[in-house]
Design a protein around this ligand. Structure first.
Ligand code: NDP
Ligand code: OXD
Length: 313
């Protein structure tokens, strides 16, 4: 069997690890010579048009990330199972990110950091405690639920929002259009972990920000988006920060990546920017996961974390 690595990144770390976790198998690399008839699996992120064509014996495509919007928009996506990454290493990284940023807002880190630079002893006798802050996790799937559990352990008052109704012990889960307004009305920190689909594109906009709670302990609603840049309308985020509809925003993902130097988001005092690294697909853990999935498939078991092409995630 051959596995084709088709990434927009440096392929070598992936080739080395996939080779180690799939001993005795051929690992082909896009851009080098390989026999297209021998390719049974592809592991890819952001494949260039044409590179998944003409693979007559293809059995599955692995997305090298949890999100699959990079594949859903691929013209002529092969009609084989699409398997996305969903494993603990990635999940735990995302939860670290969400817990850290929520705690930074809870403890008003930006204010104390500015005070330190100004050598100012900022008196603060009544900071909120986590249980007084309502976190709303938009996208209550694998990542959203893990982050929610860890935030709850810290004491935050956490609820979720998903596309379909669900029962998750310990949480109120709102769903669909019907549940959105109520979910937003009880949310001080909005975490976005929804996939980018035709239904969710541009969902983080002025209309939605205007429905967030305004009576919370943080002095205004906060947005944390690590879902996808296409979910957010950046001009609305900036305008809402400036007129007080939003108090602050942490953004890991952007309409255009890398974020252009000309973006006003860089200079905004109440925007925290990270370079789409909230939860990276670490090559060792990801290669192990892909090798496990291939072994399952070859043993006649179903792939895990299959993508539904109609839903788009
Ligand atoms: P899951 O598929 O497990 O969860 C997705 C959740 O979003 C589900 O709860 C789903 O609802 C909900 N959802 C989807 N569409 C809608 C909609 N139209 N309205 C309301 N809810 C919706 O995905 P993961 O948790 O594994 O990953 C989520 C996303 O995180 C990825 O798609 C990716 O874009 C992003 N990501 C970002 C990373 C980063 O480093 N910045 C790293 C990894 C992922 P339901 O439960 O009803 O299906
Ligand atoms: C992912 C990502 O989807 O890193 O895994 O964005």
């Amino acid at each position: 069997m051959s596995l084709l690595v088709a990434v927009t990144w440096e392929p070598q770390p992936w080739v080395e690890r996939l080779g180690r976790h799939l001993p005795g198998r051929e690992i082909a690399v896009l851009g080098e010579a390989f026999d297209r008839d021998r390719i049974r699996f592809v592991a890819t992120w952001g494949p260039k048009p044409g590179c998944l064509d003409d693979l007559p014996n293809l059995e599955a495509v692995f997305s090298l990330g949890a999100g699959v919007d990079h594949l859903m928009n691929y013209p002529g996506l092969p009609d084989v199972p699409i398997v996305r990454v969903s494993q603990d290493d990635l999940t735990h990284r995302m939860s670290e990110y969400m817990v850290m940023h929520c705690l930074m807002y809870l403890r008003d880190h930006a204010r104390f950091s500015a005070a330190q630079r100004a050598k100012r002893w900022e008196d603060d006798r009544s900071p909120p405690i986590a249980s007084e802050v309502r976190v709303g996790v938009m996208g209550f799937g694998v990542l959203g639920q893990d982050a929610a559990r860890k935030l709850k352990t810290m004491g935050f008052d956490v609820a979720g929002w998903s596309r379909t109704p669900k029962t998750v012990e310990g949480f109120t889960v709102y769903s669909g259009e019907d549940g959105l307004s109520e979910f937003l009305a009880r949310t001080d920190i909005l975490i976005s972990l929804v996939p980018l689909t035709p239904d969710t594109r541009g969902i983080l906009n002025r209309n939605l920000f205007g429905k967030l709670a305004r009576d919370g302990r943080l002095g205004g609603p906060v947005l944390i988006n690590a879902g996808r840049g296409g979910l957010q309308v950046e001009s609305d985020i900036l305008a809402c920060l400036d007129d007080g509809t939003l108090k602050a925003a942490t953004l890991d993902v952007f309409e255009k990546e890398p974020l252009p130097e000309t973006s006003p988001l860089w200079d905004h005092s109440r925007v925290t920017i990270t370079p789409h690294n909230a939860a990276v697909s670490e090559p060792e853990a990801t290669a192990r996961y892909i090798a496990d999935q291939i072994r399952r498939h070859e043993a006649g078991e179903p792939f895990q974390n299959l993508v539904d092409r109609v839903r788009g995630y």
